[in-house]
Design a protein around this ligand. Structure first.
Ligand SMILES: [Zn+2]
Length: 178
């Protein structure tokens, strides 16, 4: 730092001017330090801390974005679950889902029941395959989304496929009991 008395150059941490003995103040030393490379890096570090803590967490955009992000996850969950192909309740049967066999059990007194389905909105056609107890396919039908799907209450297993545009499908298994 420059001496205010004689203009001589001194170290930034000097207490007295080495030429005239002028006493530097704490303020003089701080100012001199801030002009060194160390002071420069200190300022960068301080700025970085400020940006990191105040700017990001205290920032309104950050808060709004966090809330939007959480909301988006929620909406995504609702949409993805809402898009699952499933059997809906009906007055014609009681419905139970067996998580082990991943089969729907429809319990009904009726000889034939119309299955109420929740179809994913991309569904183009519905394919119903009927299997006997030994797993042999007995028959297969194609339905449009407007058709009523009527299944016989005969102890057989039905595999129902909701078919989308390019042969992609979701399927579910139904077993009907009395
Ligand atoms: Zn001096």
């Amino acid at each position: 730092m420059k001496c205010k008395n004689c203009n001589e150059k001194n170290l930034y941490k000097a207490n007295y001017c080495h030429k005239c003995g002028y006493a530097f103040t704490e303020e003089d030393r701080k100012e001199a330090y801030s002009q060194t490379i160390f002071g420069f890096f200190d300022r960068i570090e301080e700025m970085y801390k400020k940006i990191k803590l105040d700017h990001i967490t205290g920032n309104m955009y950050f808060k709004v974005l966090s809330i939007l992000f959480v909301l988006a996850i929620g909406v995504f969950n609702v949409l993805s679950n809402g898009n699952a192909f499933k059997v809906l309740d009906s007055e014609q049967y009681d419905v139970q889902y067996n998580t082990k066999t991943e089969e729907y059990y429809l319990i009904s007194e009726e000889a034939e029941i119309q299955v109420s389905l929740y179809l994913p909105k991309e569904t183009k056609t519905i394919c119903v395959m009927e299997f006997d107890d030994s797993g042999n396919e007995i028959q297969q039908f194609q339905y449009t989304i407007e058709d009523a799907i009527v299944l016989r209450n005969n102890g057989n297993v039905y595999k129902i496929k909701a078919v989308y545009s390019d042969d992609i499908c979701q399927s579910l298994m139904i077993r009907i009991f009395e």
